[in-house]
Design a protein around this ligand. Structure first.
Ligand code: HEC
Length: 101
């Protein structure tokens, strides 16, 4: 019995670590690849302020992912970082949305 409990605790701890790592990943990608515009409003990029995102949030997350990955008007595909995976870009969008929601 003790063994089962230990196993459960270990796997819960690993799950916890995995989600922390994911969140940190999104923030890191944002800082590396998105902040230059979205932190400053350069090129008319929406800053991480709720007022800049109201209409955009209404498009739904899938559209925002799509626009971040494939580009949208002055928003370059993947922020111009073709080396990023789609998952990296989605994580960055998730991070941005948690900041403005
Ligand atoms: C070269 C500047 C620049 C960089 C770098 C950049 N963006 Fe943008 N982004 C923009 C601009 C400008 C817009 C506004 C486009 C419009 O609506 O006219 C935008 C809009 C967006 C939107 C909203 C799209 C919509 O449908 O309203 C998302 C989501 C987004 N960017 C995500 C990201 C992510 C994630 C990164 C980093 C991987 C990133 N951007 C990097 C300039 C940039």
């Amino acid at each position: 019995m003790k063994k089962v409990i230990t196993g459960t605790v270990v796997s819960l701890a690993m799950l916890g670590l995995a989600s922390v790592a994911q969140a940190a990943g999104g923030q890191k990608v944002y800082q590396d690849a998105c902040f230059a515009c979205h932190g400053t409003g350069a090129a008319g990029a929406p800053k991480l302020e709720k007022s800049a995102w109201g209409d955009r949030l209404e498009k739904g997350k899938d559209t925002l992912y799509d626009h971040a990955i494939n580009g949208f008007k002055a928003m370059p595909a993947k922020g111009g970082r073709a080396d990023l995976s789609d998952a990296d870009v989605k994580a960055a969008v998730d991070y941005m949305l948690t900041e403005v929601e």
